[in-house]
Design a protein around this ligand. Structure first.
Ligand SMILES: Cc1cc2nc3c(=O)[nH]c(=O)nc-3n(C[C@H](O)[C@H](O)[C@H](O)COP(=O)(O)OP(=O)(O)OC[C@H]3O[C@@H](n4cnc5c(N)ncnc54)[C@H](O)[C@@H]3O)c2cc1C
Length: 286
Protein backbone atom coordinates (compact mmCIF):
# COMPACT_ATOMS: atom_id res chain seq x y z
CA UNK A 1 0.00 0.00 0.00
CA UNK A 2 1.40 3.42 -0.88
CA UNK A 3 1.55 6.01 1.91
CA UNK A 4 -0.71 9.05 1.83
CA UNK A 5 1.07 12.29 1.08
CA UNK A 6 -0.86 15.48 1.80
CA UNK A 7 0.14 19.04 1.08
CA UNK A 8 -0.30 22.30 2.94
CA UNK A 9 -0.43 20.91 6.50
CA UNK A 10 -0.09 23.85 8.96
CA UNK A 11 2.93 23.03 11.11
CA UNK A 12 1.55 25.06 14.02
CA UNK A 13 -0.85 22.11 14.49
CA UNK A 14 2.04 19.77 15.29
CA UNK A 15 4.13 22.12 17.41
CA UNK A 16 3.70 22.71 21.15
CA UNK A 17 4.52 26.38 20.51
CA UNK A 18 1.73 26.42 17.90
CA UNK A 19 3.84 28.43 15.49
CA UNK A 20 4.71 27.72 11.86
CA UNK A 21 3.52 27.88 8.25
CA UNK A 22 2.55 24.94 6.04
CA UNK A 23 4.51 21.87 4.96
CA UNK A 24 4.80 21.41 1.20
CA UNK A 25 4.32 17.65 1.70
CA UNK A 26 3.12 15.87 4.83
CA UNK A 27 2.71 12.25 5.87
CA UNK A 28 2.05 10.28 9.05
CA UNK A 29 3.97 7.01 9.53
CA UNK A 30 2.83 4.24 11.87
CA UNK A 31 5.34 1.51 10.98
CA UNK A 32 8.96 1.24 9.89
CA UNK A 33 7.72 0.10 6.42
CA UNK A 34 5.80 3.36 6.06
CA UNK A 35 8.88 5.27 7.24
CA UNK A 36 10.96 3.59 4.50
CA UNK A 37 8.37 4.63 1.90
CA UNK A 38 8.38 8.21 3.19
CA UNK A 39 12.17 8.47 2.93
CA UNK A 40 12.10 6.93 -0.55
CA UNK A 41 9.49 9.53 -1.59
CA UNK A 42 11.83 12.27 -0.42
CA UNK A 43 14.71 10.72 -2.39
CA UNK A 44 12.67 10.08 -5.53
CA UNK A 45 11.26 13.63 -5.72
CA UNK A 46 14.48 15.21 -4.42
CA UNK A 47 12.79 17.08 -1.57
CA UNK A 48 14.30 17.34 1.91
CA UNK A 49 12.54 15.53 4.75
CA UNK A 50 12.03 16.39 8.39
CA UNK A 51 10.96 13.91 11.07
CA UNK A 52 8.69 15.40 13.74
CA UNK A 53 7.74 13.75 17.02
CA UNK A 54 5.59 15.94 19.27
CA UNK A 55 7.15 19.14 17.93
CA UNK A 56 8.04 20.11 21.51
CA UNK A 57 11.51 21.40 20.67
CA UNK A 58 10.96 22.89 17.20
CA UNK A 59 10.44 26.44 16.05
CA UNK A 60 9.04 26.14 12.54
CA UNK A 61 9.47 28.99 10.06
CA UNK A 62 6.51 31.28 9.33
CA UNK A 63 6.69 30.13 5.68
CA UNK A 64 6.57 26.47 6.73
CA UNK A 65 8.84 23.74 5.36
CA UNK A 66 9.63 23.33 1.66
CA UNK A 67 9.88 19.54 1.78
CA UNK A 68 8.30 16.45 3.32
CA UNK A 69 7.35 16.51 7.01
CA UNK A 70 7.09 13.00 8.45
CA UNK A 71 4.98 12.86 11.61
CA UNK A 72 6.08 9.89 13.69
CA UNK A 73 3.33 7.67 15.13
CA UNK A 74 5.30 4.41 15.51
CA UNK A 75 4.01 3.94 19.00
CA UNK A 76 4.32 0.51 20.60
CA UNK A 77 5.86 -0.23 23.98
CA UNK A 78 6.93 -3.75 25.04
CA UNK A 79 8.11 -4.09 28.59
CA UNK A 80 9.73 -7.34 29.58
CA UNK A 81 11.52 -7.64 32.92
CA UNK A 82 13.82 -4.57 33.08
CA UNK A 83 14.03 -3.97 29.30
CA UNK A 84 11.69 -1.58 27.47
CA UNK A 85 11.53 -1.90 23.68
CA UNK A 86 9.73 1.14 22.39
CA UNK A 87 8.58 2.56 19.04
CA UNK A 88 10.13 5.98 18.46
CA UNK A 89 6.72 7.66 18.22
CA UNK A 90 5.67 6.42 21.65
CA UNK A 91 5.05 9.09 24.31
CA UNK A 92 8.22 9.62 26.36
CA UNK A 93 6.14 10.88 29.28
CA UNK A 94 3.96 7.77 29.27
CA UNK A 95 7.06 5.57 29.08
CA UNK A 96 8.47 7.36 32.14
CA UNK A 97 5.35 6.83 34.22
CA UNK A 98 4.79 3.27 32.99
CA UNK A 99 8.26 2.01 33.95
CA UNK A 100 8.31 3.92 37.25
CA UNK A 101 4.99 2.34 38.24
CA UNK A 102 6.62 -1.06 37.67
CA UNK A 103 9.39 -0.16 40.13
CA UNK A 104 12.02 0.50 37.45
CA UNK A 105 14.36 3.46 37.78
CA UNK A 106 16.13 5.56 35.14
CA UNK A 107 13.31 7.32 33.30
CA UNK A 108 11.40 8.99 36.14
CA UNK A 109 12.38 12.39 34.68
CA UNK A 110 10.59 11.61 31.40
CA UNK A 111 7.23 11.90 32.98
CA UNK A 112 5.76 15.29 32.06
CA UNK A 113 8.08 15.88 29.07
CA UNK A 114 5.71 16.17 26.08
CA UNK A 115 8.08 14.35 23.69
CA UNK A 116 8.27 11.17 21.65
CA UNK A 117 10.93 8.57 22.45
CA UNK A 118 12.64 9.37 19.12
CA UNK A 119 12.77 13.10 19.93
CA UNK A 120 14.11 12.36 23.41
CA UNK A 121 16.89 10.13 22.02
CA UNK A 122 17.73 12.68 19.30
CA UNK A 123 18.01 15.48 21.91
CA UNK A 124 19.34 13.30 24.75
CA UNK A 125 16.54 14.89 26.78
CA UNK A 126 17.10 15.09 30.50
CA UNK A 127 16.09 16.62 33.80
CA UNK A 128 16.58 16.15 37.53
CA UNK A 129 20.06 14.69 37.13
CA UNK A 130 18.93 11.98 34.70
CA UNK A 131 19.23 11.86 30.90
CA UNK A 132 17.97 9.59 28.14
CA UNK A 133 21.36 8.08 27.27
CA UNK A 134 21.90 6.96 30.91
CA UNK A 135 19.59 4.03 30.27
CA UNK A 136 19.59 3.75 26.47
CA UNK A 137 20.77 0.36 25.22
CA UNK A 138 20.19 0.24 21.44
CA UNK A 139 18.60 2.26 18.65
CA UNK A 140 17.17 1.08 15.35
CA UNK A 141 17.93 3.77 12.78
CA UNK A 142 16.63 4.14 9.23
CA UNK A 143 19.17 5.73 6.89
CA UNK A 144 18.11 8.19 4.23
CA UNK A 145 18.73 5.43 1.66
CA UNK A 146 15.99 3.40 3.38
CA UNK A 147 18.27 0.85 5.17
CA UNK A 148 17.58 -0.19 8.78
CA UNK A 149 20.58 -0.44 11.09
CA UNK A 150 20.94 -1.44 14.74
CA UNK A 151 23.24 0.74 16.84
CA UNK A 152 24.31 0.12 20.40
CA UNK A 153 24.95 2.95 22.84
CA UNK A 154 28.75 2.50 22.68
CA UNK A 155 28.68 3.23 18.94
CA UNK A 156 27.04 6.60 19.59
CA UNK A 157 28.26 9.92 20.91
CA UNK A 158 26.24 11.86 23.43
CA UNK A 159 26.57 14.70 25.88
CA UNK A 160 24.31 17.34 27.42
CA UNK A 161 21.35 17.67 24.98
CA UNK A 162 23.45 16.18 22.18
CA UNK A 163 23.44 12.83 20.40
CA UNK A 164 25.13 11.55 17.22
CA UNK A 165 21.69 11.57 15.57
CA UNK A 166 21.90 15.36 15.31
CA UNK A 167 24.65 14.79 12.71
CA UNK A 168 23.01 11.86 10.89
CA UNK A 169 20.39 11.86 8.15
CA UNK A 170 17.53 9.45 8.69
CA UNK A 171 14.96 8.46 11.28
CA UNK A 172 15.14 6.83 14.71
CA UNK A 173 12.64 3.96 14.54
CA UNK A 174 12.96 2.11 17.85
CA UNK A 175 14.90 2.35 21.11
CA UNK A 176 15.55 -0.11 23.89
CA UNK A 177 16.21 0.94 27.46
CA UNK A 178 17.77 -1.08 30.25
CA UNK A 179 16.44 -0.09 33.65
CA UNK A 180 17.18 -1.14 37.23
CA UNK A 181 14.86 -2.11 40.05
CA UNK A 182 14.13 0.54 42.67
CA UNK A 183 11.50 0.72 45.39
CA UNK A 184 11.67 4.54 45.17
CA UNK A 185 10.95 4.86 41.42
CA UNK A 186 7.23 5.60 41.71
CA UNK A 187 7.68 8.15 44.52
CA UNK A 188 10.50 9.86 42.66
CA UNK A 189 8.38 10.11 39.51
CA UNK A 190 5.49 11.63 41.52
CA UNK A 191 7.81 14.19 43.10
CA UNK A 192 9.23 15.15 39.68
CA UNK A 193 5.83 15.60 38.08
CA UNK A 194 4.43 17.73 40.92
CA UNK A 195 7.58 19.91 40.90
CA UNK A 196 7.16 20.41 37.13
CA UNK A 197 3.53 21.43 37.53
CA UNK A 198 4.48 23.92 40.25
CA UNK A 199 7.44 25.51 38.48
CA UNK A 200 6.66 25.35 34.74
CA UNK A 201 3.91 27.07 32.71
CA UNK A 202 2.27 23.81 31.71
CA UNK A 203 -0.91 25.24 30.25
CA UNK A 204 0.88 27.69 27.99
CA UNK A 205 2.15 27.12 24.45
CA UNK A 206 5.89 26.59 24.82
CA UNK A 207 8.86 24.46 23.77
CA UNK A 208 10.14 23.96 27.31
CA UNK A 209 13.51 25.54 28.01
CA UNK A 210 14.62 27.65 25.05
CA UNK A 211 18.27 27.95 26.15
CA UNK A 212 20.83 25.39 27.25
CA UNK A 213 22.13 25.75 30.77
CA UNK A 214 25.65 27.20 30.60
CA UNK A 215 28.30 25.34 32.65
CA UNK A 216 27.45 25.28 36.36
CA UNK A 217 24.62 27.77 36.08
CA UNK A 218 20.98 27.92 35.11
CA UNK A 219 19.80 29.86 32.06
CA UNK A 220 16.51 30.57 33.87
CA UNK A 221 18.37 32.18 36.77
CA UNK A 222 20.44 34.36 34.43
CA UNK A 223 17.30 35.54 32.58
CA UNK A 224 15.53 36.19 35.86
CA UNK A 225 18.53 38.12 37.28
CA UNK A 226 18.47 40.23 34.12
CA UNK A 227 14.84 41.18 34.94
CA UNK A 228 13.49 39.82 31.69
CA UNK A 229 10.44 37.91 32.94
CA UNK A 230 7.39 39.25 31.10
CA UNK A 231 9.43 40.85 28.27
CA UNK A 232 7.45 40.46 25.03
CA UNK A 233 7.71 40.84 21.27
CA UNK A 234 4.19 40.68 19.83
CA UNK A 235 2.63 37.59 21.41
CA UNK A 236 5.99 35.97 22.18
CA UNK A 237 6.75 36.47 25.86
CA UNK A 238 9.21 35.40 28.58
CA UNK A 239 7.09 33.37 31.02
CA UNK A 240 6.47 34.92 34.43
CA UNK A 241 6.55 31.44 35.97
CA UNK A 242 9.81 30.08 34.50
CA UNK A 243 12.24 32.51 32.87
CA UNK A 244 13.70 29.93 30.43
CA UNK A 245 10.24 29.23 28.95
CA UNK A 246 9.36 31.61 26.12
CA UNK A 247 5.67 31.28 25.47
CA UNK A 248 3.26 32.02 22.66
CA UNK A 249 0.51 33.98 24.41
CA UNK A 250 -1.87 33.70 21.49
CA UNK A 251 -0.79 34.25 17.92
CA UNK A 252 3.00 34.79 17.98
CA UNK A 253 4.93 34.38 14.75
CA UNK A 254 8.30 32.65 14.40
CA UNK A 255 9.72 36.09 13.65
CA UNK A 256 8.41 37.46 16.99
CA UNK A 257 9.89 34.46 18.83
CA UNK A 258 13.28 34.80 17.12
CA UNK A 259 13.47 38.53 17.88
CA UNK A 260 12.59 37.81 21.52
CA UNK A 261 15.26 35.09 21.70
CA UNK A 262 17.89 37.52 20.34
CA UNK A 263 16.81 40.25 22.80
CA UNK A 264 17.05 37.86 25.75
CA UNK A 265 20.52 36.71 24.63
CA UNK A 266 21.75 40.28 24.17
CA UNK A 267 20.45 41.54 27.50
CA UNK A 268 21.69 38.51 29.46
CA UNK A 269 25.15 38.92 27.93
CA UNK A 270 25.20 42.64 28.72
CA UNK A 271 24.14 42.00 32.32
CA UNK A 272 26.07 38.83 33.16
CA UNK A 273 28.73 38.44 30.47
CA UNK A 274 27.37 34.97 29.64
CA UNK A 275 26.32 34.12 26.09
CA UNK A 276 23.26 31.87 26.06
CA UNK A 277 22.89 29.18 23.40
CA UNK A 278 19.60 27.91 22.08
CA UNK A 279 18.39 24.41 22.95
CA UNK A 280 15.33 24.82 20.70
CA UNK A 281 15.84 23.77 17.07
CA UNK A 282 15.07 26.35 14.39
CA UNK A 283 13.60 24.59 11.37
CA UNK A 284 14.27 26.71 8.29
CA UNK A 285 11.90 26.84 5.31
CA UNK A 286 14.53 25.52 2.88
C1 LIG B 1 6.41 21.77 28.65
C2 LIG B 1 7.73 21.24 28.15
C3 LIG B 1 8.64 20.69 29.03
C4 LIG B 1 9.88 20.20 28.58
N1 LIG B 1 10.75 19.68 29.48
C5 LIG B 1 11.94 19.18 29.05
C6 LIG B 1 12.87 18.61 29.96
O1 LIG B 1 12.62 18.53 31.17
N2 LIG B 1 14.03 18.13 29.47
C7 LIG B 1 14.35 18.18 28.14
O2 LIG B 1 15.44 17.71 27.75
N3 LIG B 1 13.48 18.73 27.25
C8 LIG B 1 12.30 19.23 27.66
N4 LIG B 1 11.43 19.79 26.76
C9 LIG B 1 11.83 19.91 25.33
C10 LIG B 1 11.40 18.74 24.42
O3 LIG B 1 10.30 18.05 24.97
C11 LIG B 1 12.58 17.78 24.19
O4 LIG B 1 13.63 18.42 23.50
C12 LIG B 1 12.18 16.52 23.41
O5 LIG B 1 13.28 15.66 23.37
C13 LIG B 1 11.68 16.78 21.98
O6 LIG B 1 10.98 15.61 21.56
P1 LIG B 1 9.92 15.65 20.37
O7 LIG B 1 9.47 14.27 20.11
O8 LIG B 1 8.85 16.64 20.63
O9 LIG B 1 10.86 16.14 19.21
P2 LIG B 1 10.54 17.26 18.07
O10 LIG B 1 10.38 18.58 18.73
O11 LIG B 1 9.42 16.78 17.23
O12 LIG B 1 11.88 17.20 17.26
C14 LIG B 1 13.09 17.71 17.83
C15 LIG B 1 14.25 17.34 16.90
O13 LIG B 1 14.38 15.92 16.90
C16 LIG B 1 14.27 15.40 15.57
N5 LIG B 1 13.55 14.12 15.69
C17 LIG B 1 12.41 13.89 16.40
N6 LIG B 1 12.07 12.59 16.30
C18 LIG B 1 13.00 11.99 15.51
C19 LIG B 1 13.18 10.67 15.02
N7 LIG B 1 12.33 9.67 15.31
N8 LIG B 1 14.25 10.41 14.22
C20 LIG B 1 15.12 11.39 13.89
N9 LIG B 1 14.99 12.68 14.32
C21 LIG B 1 13.94 12.98 15.11
C22 LIG B 1 13.49 16.45 14.80
O14 LIG B 1 13.75 16.39 13.42
C23 LIG B 1 13.98 17.75 15.45
O15 LIG B 1 15.21 18.16 14.87
C24 LIG B 1 10.19 20.26 27.20
C25 LIG B 1 9.24 20.80 26.30
C26 LIG B 1 8.02 21.29 26.76
C27 LIG B 1 7.03 21.84 25.78
Amino acid sequence: MPIKIASGKPLKEISTLQIGGAARFFTVVKTSHEAVKALLFSKKYKVPFLVVGKGSNCLFDDRGFNGLVILNKIDYCDLSSNIAKVGSGFSFSLLGSRVSKKGLTGLEFASGIPATVGGAVFMNAGANGQETFDVLKTVTFLTEEGKLMQLSKNELQYSYRFSSFQKMKGMIIEATFELSRSLQAKDMQNTIISYRMKTQPYNEKSAGCIFRNPNDTSAAQLIDQSNLKGMAVGDACVSLKHANFLINKNNASAKDMKILIEKVKKQVEEKTGIKLQEEIRFIPYE
